[in-house]
Design a protein around this ligand. Sequence first.
Ligand code: GLY
Ligand code: MN
Ligand code: MN
Length: 417
Amino acid sequence: MGPDALALVPAAPEHTRNGDAGYAYRADSDLLYLTGHTEPDALAVISTASEQDFVLFLRPRDAFAETWSGRRLGLEGAVARLGAAAAHPFDEWEALLPAMLADVGTLYVKLGAQPAFDQKLVALLGAMRSRAKWKGHPPGRIEDLGEPLHELRLFKSDAELALLERAAHVTDLAHRACMSELRPGMKEYELQATLEYQFRKHGCEPGYVPIVAADANATVLHYHQGRDALVNGGLVLIDAGAEHEGYTADVTRTLPVGGAFSAAQRDVYDLVLKAQAAALALCKPGSTIPQIHAETSRVLAQGLIDLGLLTGDVDEVLREGKQRRYYMHGTNHYLGLDVHDVGRYGHKGKPRPLEPGMVITVEPGLYVPQEGVVGPEALRGVGVRIEDDVLITASGHRNLTAATPKAREEIEARCAR
Ligand code: GLY
Ligand code: MN
Ligand code: MN
């Protein structure tokens, strides 16, 4: 931020699910990253303009309210446990902020992220402008907090990596449990229960709503209905990651129901695994995400031609983007506190090279629609994705989710037991 600057980071609002029942509360990742605070109704003020470098507005202790909705950290807790220089009741932020903002050089805020907060802030800046000038001017500049903050979040510290490794380990336990419990006739939601049981049994929760998709359901990328039966000889795609202390893994495996891939399923599985190997080989400093995607798309496009799903030569297929009919999403995204984590992917159309400390997913897939495609009947409705999470290192990468089986023979053996 530089000197003479001040950043404002509000907590995420609570949301009602229905009636008087709320959704489980999840802290805003920026606030969590900077402060460790996990309660709603909070505003962090981070300052290089004042001795008080971290001031937290939060819910004060309140015996009556805590009887209904749980213990609060409270003002003393913010100082003792989070290291705040000072703490104030949340409902005083609009009254106290003008004095903190007076004559500050630069205000950092993520405008647009929380319109209700923005509105109050703008009104407050307006009031500062129209009051007696000896009380101080509003900040001279307003900058996007996302720029410096998300650059920090993009590069994981050792402490963050330890949390991600724990998330990856619990994710591995959950995927393995699915492999051993998988039986023809099970419902998709039963495997979802297995995943969530393992996550919660180990103190985690799902980092995103798990996808458990039988057969052609796997060709719906964000499939969440989850009430169909697993058919012997079919496939099930499982995309699920545990979140530990806010950090989530993001892992996909595609399993044969009954324990053996058919010839057609095997062809698709092997092709996706081959594309993932090609992508992983490029996961190193200097590579760019569009470059990895182009190489992955090339392997998949050639495979699609070989399988009879596309015609023409590979350069022509890629030039016309015909492979997108079967591979319509990207190969990588950043991963961390958010499953689709923050950080710039490039600037003014120029992609950004990977650097040590970044964590990305590697997730090629192929999704053959049931209708309107050429090629062998047996391939229709087959959907396969294989997804791992890797840390970029100085010499290449470290696969954080390598423990979760993906070799075809091993997957078959585990699912057949
Ligand atoms: N689970 C969401 C994704 O793979 O990006
Ligand atoms: Mn992903
Ligand atoms: Mn995923």
